[in-house]
Ligand binder design. Structure first.
Ligand code: GRF
Length: 219
């Protein structure tokens, strides 16, 4: 069974995108690839735990392989994770991008793709992250805490929620009259800018992890 991603990151980037919802970050990443802002990158697969989601529709509209993959389709977790790893292996994925994926990525996948899984979070981690901090809850908490600045964070995924090393962060001001909705809209604009940038940094080997360059990290 495939348990380790063997394709170095300094090869062509084959990106598997995971999502559960509307897919606006995925769209921003696709636009960046189409415009040549992430040279050598392609999306090899889109996986969603929901069968009817924006992210799957966007993938299909762009003729990209897209599948619905949910634990409910399998007898047990082992079979589910085996199927997920097999799909990633078959499309030769060497980077996983979580774009609004509402499930915890199975730990065997995190292990197989150590330092090769990215997530975007709509706040300035380590603040406003962790269990329960998703969607509008994040922006409600930022406003309730009277923060004057929020933003978005792209980070490497490890076994804990919102915990791995930060790749890129950008801030937005929080105005006194901001509502969770208005703040979410401002942060989303930033997300659409920094997620493609962070992937470009990975592609160019500019992301140091524990003193190493990711591109040089061979498994
Ligand atoms: C984004 O706000 C992202 O920060 C969070 O989930 C949301 C996904 O939105 N992880 P979209 O599906 O990319 O539009």
């Amino acid at each position: 069974m495939f348990e380790r991603c063997a394709i170095p990151l300094n090869h062509r980037l084959n990106i598997a995108v995971f999502g559960s919802g509307r897919g606006s970050n995925f769209n921003a990443i696709l636009d960046a690839i189409k415009d040549g802002r992430i040279p050598g990158a392609r999306v090899c697969l889109v996986i969603s735990n929901n069968s009817t989601t924006g992210i799957l529709e966007i993938a299909r509209a762009n003729s990209l392989p897209a599948i619905h993959l949910s634990q409910k389709q399998f007898a047990d977790e082992t079979a589910f994770v085996d199927a997920m790893l097999m799909q990633l292996h078959q499309c030769k994925a060497n980077l996983i991008v979580l774009a609004g994926y509402m499930k915890r990525l199975p730990s065997r996948v995190v292990q197989a793709y150590r330092y090769r899984v990215l997530n975007i979070h709509p706040a300035l981690l380590p603040k406003f992250g962790g269990v329960g901090m998703y969607g509008m809850h994040v922006h409600e908490a930022v406003i309730a805490a009277r923060e004057r600045v929020s933003g978005a964070t792209v980070h490497i995924v490890d076994e804990e929620y919102d915990n791995g090393p930060v790749v890129l962060q950008r801030t937005v001001p929080v105005s006194p009259d901001d509502t969770p909705d208005s703040l979410a809209a401002k942060v989303l604009q930033i997300e659409h800018a920094i997620y493609p940038e962070a992937i470009r940094m990975i592609a160019e080997g500019r992301v140091p992890v524990a003193g190493e360059q990711l591109a040089a990290h061979s498994l």
